[in-house]
Design a protein around this ligand. Sequence first.
Ligand code: PMP
Length: 394
Amino acid sequence: MLTNRQLFLLHNAQTSTSPLMLEVVKAEGNYLFDADGKKYLDLISGISVSNTGHRHPRVLAAIQKQLEQYLHTMVYGEYVQSPQTLLAKKLHDLLPNHSQFDQQPWASYFTNSGSEATEGAMKLAKRFTGRHEFVSFKNAYHGSTQGALSLMDTEEFKNPFRPLLPGVLHLDFNVVSELKNITKTTAAVFVEIVQSESGYIPADIDFVKALRELCTEKGTLLVVDECQTGLGRTGSFFAFENYGIVPDIILLAKALGGGMPMGAFVAPKPIMDCLSQNPALGHITTFGGHPVCCAAALENISVLQDENLMETVSEKEKLFRNELAGLSVSGSGLMLSIDLDKFENCKRIIDTCLAKGILSDWFLHAPHKLRIAPPLTISPEEIKWVCGVILESV
Ligand code: PMP
């Protein structure tokens, strides 16, 4: 009889020729457990998802409660389903009340993933502005689907999949002078407040402010991708809160569902309402906003708030930085990276960490950097232990 590992290689679509092959049998809190009974501290939250830890008991209870009521009933946007409605209201409450439309409610369109949130936001920006050109930044990541891939500049990932969407300009990140390329024909600019897959590079405050001003001046929508930064990872619910700007569209995913597959694009109602007509049903999804995922998401946000997890982030960041003093650390909050010069060095440390029971990773556009994005529930003792292991392996 074949083992699960052998079956995985035979029957699961492979995304690389060297999968990690860790056979997970259980996850709880900050830890994963493999088929041999070995315990691993999850330093990447798989990836930037388990902000409240794996299988938080309150999230599990919310899922259980929803399981007893209803699962799927009808495509998103037709029936009133309280988990979706209460989650959308919760996101509205968390957002500033001074978007480009003062005092207008924020509305959420729920999706199954971050890529779908990107795709939806691209369509929404086209409909709202009547334009079809986009601007994004070099080394960004907004998803793997074809619209999202068009926003990426890295030829290695794009070229085999051409033709992609025309009319996308890729500008240098954090370079204010580049922003002059945003014009009255740009539908939207997509930006990450902390660039994720280039190795957690925070945006400069002047850059983000200039971007906001230019978008307003040109009638271009500013789309902030909070798929990795959202839900407390940088110490505030949304990372843009620390930059004194308000986006026109916000992308959420990853940590939103508390471990369930869930994404959203969120915009002021006057923008979002474009999708309801000309054509009606022009953007629809069967499973987006699944009631079980929404129930989990709603409880997950309450856990973040009730356990004051966001308040602990900056202290934990400081502890990581102190313990890793001497290494080249960048990032913001609990999105940190260590520059190790080349992939071989990084891989060696990932392997040593794995042997010692710590799960880490590199970055899509920065294979020479080690990824640190643990659950926000990681303890100071765990941080010290992890840093000790990393320092020893370096
Ligand atoms: N945006 C960002 C910033 C991301 O990090 C990701 C996923 N790594 C996505 C979008 C796409 O999300 P998903 O994988 O859920 O499609």
